[in-house]
Write a protein that binds this ligand. Sequence first.
Ligand SMILES: C[S@@+](CC[C@H](N)C(=O)[O-])C[C@H]1O[C@@H](n2cnc3c(N)ncnc32)[C@H](O)[C@@H]1O
Ligand code: SF4
Length: 406
Amino acid sequence: MFRISQFIRELDQPTPAGPRRNPPGPVVIWNLIRRCNLTCKHCYSISADSDFPGELNTEQVFKVMGDLKAFRVPVLILSGGEPLLRPDIFDIARRAKAMGFYVGLSSNGTLIDENNIDAIDDIGFDYVGVSLDGIGATHDKFRRLEGAFDASMRGIRLCQDRGIKVGVRYTMTEDNAHDLPALLKLVEDEGIDKFYFSHLNYAGRGNKYRADDARHRTTREAMDLLFDTCLDLHRRGIEKEFVTGNNDADGVYMLHWVAARFPDKAEHVRAKLLAWGGNASGVNVANIDNLGVVHPDTMWWHVPLGNVKERPFGEIWSDVSNPLMAGLKQHPRTLSGRCGGCAYLNICNGSSRVRAQQITGDVWAEDPACYLSDDEIGLDEASRGDRVELTAYQPRRRVPINVEQG
Ligand SMILES: C[S@@+](CC[C@H](N)C(=O)[O-])C[C@H]1O[C@@H](n2cnc3c(N)ncnc32)[C@H](O)[C@@H]1O
Ligand code: SF4
């Protein structure tokens, strides 16, 4: 996660650049339920409106929360599927708050209504994130439900009426990139506190859909717009959080943006970026899926590390016998291709290893969604030339079972 607004503030109010961050335990994104009332095109959890057996019951969730507290996890993001479909969601959230976690709710917003807004308000969520992948029909098409945009907007406004901190979360592809300017305007007009810009990651349905991922030029234009908008709001005295996720090359791109516009600030921003350190999957961000399986982050559901029903979370998280976890915990990571030759690897840390693996088959190869040029990443001579291209998803061929051989 890259906090644009923090770096923009550094331009006017610089703060000392400390050592690289080292929080107590990881932020945990917890998919408490996989059922969902939507079936979005890009959904990493491949959620749908059906029952997924084996999910943790309330008592099991409470027990795991104790393990997370013991491991000094500071933040719980309650997610899904659609978390509001869990009948005990408010019991879980209330307990999490009472235990002292910072508690976020990650929702599609369509189920926030007059009947549950009192309960949502009563919990005292630190943050409610609602996904909006475009305006009106763009969002409805992406989320494959007519009327979803209006329902999510109603949810956002109900939260805002109660003074709950709300953020809009937007995942960009070529299909909805044209709505980014309008979404940013909506965020300002509606007085929304936070805008989270997510790059597409190639997991679940998002992997099948990856051919529609934003082209590098689209991403660069989006970043320019985000940085400019954030700076403009800041200088007009309107403080909002602007955050990106799923592409840590954003930090490097911002360094060039600063160097071009405010050259005297570039060294300070570089020091702050080094302290940030880029991708933190497997280190400062963790995921527990609906069945209790722990993953290095939400996009790694194809790699199980252990189940919290069987082992305490801290034990699973600290175990580096899995080579993926051992490699992710290195800083900077040992990578090949463009990432390996990049002069800014200690800032970005190789971005998404999931995308590298899905496209090349090698977890430690370059991230194909790095949208910076060879010059912009100070690429060494040996690594220049061919780069990994984004290829469409190819379904694995089913091998027919030979019945005669049993
Ligand atoms: C899985 S959803 C669960 C919460 C809720 N149902 C929602 O849609 O906000 C959590 C967030 O992940 C985002 N997301 C899902 N699949 C993604 C992918 N492949 N790449 C990037 N973000 C993704 C969604 O847009 C949403 O903002
Ligand atoms: S992204 Fe969220 S709303 Fe969409 S299908 Fe997945 S869990 Fe449901």
